[in-house]
Design a protein around this ligand. Structure first.
Ligand code: FDA
Length: 399
């Protein structure tokens, strides 16, 4: 029986994050009445804190290969139909400007709050309602669609979009809501794991790395996936910095991370050049022209670099052996910092149960999943927001 006190919409969107707000704005502008519901007091808090407050909102080098998923083809359609250029057009319409920091990463010149304001303006332009500070007490499938129970009354709609994100940073209101709901409707979940997250070390390595806390150095790093050439940062608990965050999404528990301290350059060649430039220096002294002193001290103390005599007396064979030590600076992390600091969740709702064109459930017509809750995870650098925009746009076009 339809509940006469319930408020009816064409679409209800659960989650007022990047994906949910964007989807509701676009659906509203197609003439659909939309309501976005979120338990948080403020919308899109992850947009606000992202990119150090300037939101790395997309990456101009977006390509499907830069996303992790059990089905590497799934993201292709949505990413091709809503591109970084499309989002830039939207920004331009809202008089927002941007700059590229590095590696195709686009940041807002304004504060990240300006992107939230833009998402809210788009929602308003479509006439959408936003209900914040509203717990979702129950979701029921009915003959006509879905009924959402909240402390402020019931909402009904023939279509329901779930955009409640993943598990990273529970302090900010992240919950496993999307996974629980998906399971109820027969979806499989690819084990959610913390991604883009710092590594922790144990024992001697932890102590040694803590002593180097704050030291950053460019590396090429790899763990069960592609190699990344970016900065690595020593921390009180282990290793962080973009290179480590990137490989953490591919790392398997118990596995090692290979690290090339010459960041893909010809290490032996560099040492030979150092020898030619600084023949009277010790190897450690010469390495200090390239690496932080605390790192060089550690390399010597840990026996990776012998520091006897002058470089002039060090043979090329020895330099080659030292170079390969520094190019094979492999570590075995004890774990990661986990959900507390992970920027994203890898895994999520199995894409096998979703349409890649529309994000609609194959188990329940009218039910859609978008954004981070889906088993599609981007690299560090604006890829995850691009997935939020693209999956939301694909969904909104199909509602
Ligand atoms: P998001 O998590 O944004 O939104 C989900 C919404 O659902 C939230 O508002 C939440 O309150 C709500 N919700 C959850 N459970 C609920 C429940 N049970 N009931 C009601 N509401 C519920 N990416 C990138 O591309 N560039 C970047 O610079 C950064 N930087 C960055 C920094 C940090 C610190 C973090 C943690 C993350 C990033 N990211 C990023 C990742 C990016 O923030 C993330 O991929 C997107 O926000 C995902 O968007 P969604 O809308 O899917 O989820």
């Amino acid at each position: 029986m339809p509940d006469p006190s319930a408020q009816g919409y064409d679409v209800i969107v659960l989650g007022a994050g990047a994906a949910g707000l964007f989807c509701a704005g676009r659906a509203g502008q197609r003439g659909l009445s939309c309501c976005v519901v979120d338990h948080a007091r403020k919308p899109a808090e992850k947009v606000r804190i992202s990119g150090g407050g300037r939101c790395n909102f997309t990456n101009i080098d977006t390509m499907p290969e830069r996303f992790l998923s059990q089905n590497p083809h799934f993201a292709k359609s949505a990413l091709a139909r809503y591109t970084p250029g499309d989002f830039l057009d939207l920004m331009t319409r809202h008089a927002l400007t941007w700059h590229e920091k590095t590696l195709g990463q686009l940041f807002c010149d304004q504060k990240s709050g300006a992107i939230i304001d833009m998402l809210l303006a788009e929602l308003e332009a479509g006439g959408g309602d936003l209900r914040l500070d509203t717990a979702i007490e129950a979701v029921t499938a009915t003959d006509d669609g879905f009924e959402i129970e909240t402390p402020h009354g019931r909402l009904t709609a023939p279509r329901l979009v779930v955009a409640t994100g993943g598990l990273s940073i529970p302090k900010m209101g992240a919950t496993g809501f999307a996974y629980e709901l998906a399971r109820r409707f027969g979806h499989d979940i690819v084990e959610p794991r913390p991604g883009l997250v710092p590594f922790t070390m144990e024992g001697e390595a932890r102590e040694a790395f803590a002593a180097m806390s704050g030291v950053s150095t460019p590396v090429t790093a790899q763990a069960d996936g592609p190699a990344f050439t970016e900065a690595m940062l020593f921390t009180h608990r282990g290793l962080s910095g973009p290179a480590m965050l990137q490989v953490s999404s591919y790392w398997q528990e118990g596995g090692s991370v290979s690290i090339d301290l010459f960041a893909g350059a010809d290490g032996a060649g560099i040492l030979k050049e150092l020898k030619a430039e600084h023949p009277m220096k010790s190897l450690a002294g010469a390495l200090e022209t390239r690496f932080a002193r605390r790192l060089v001290d550690y390399l010597v103390e840990s026996g990776r670099v012998s520091n006897t005599g002058r470089l002039a007396d060090t043979g090329h064979r020895e330099l080659e052996a030292i170079a390969s030590q520094l190019q094979g600076f492999d570590v075995r992390p004890a774990g990661t910092e986990g959900w507390r600091t992970a920027e994203v969740t890898t895994g999520g709702i199995d894409t096998a149960g979703l349409s890649s064109k529309t994000m609609e459930s194959r188990h329940r017509p009218g039910l859609y999943f978008i954004g981070e809750c889906v088993d599609v995870t981007g690299w560090l650098g604006g890829y995850n927001f691009q997935w939020s925009w693209a999956s939301a746009a694909a969904c909104a076009a199909a509602l």
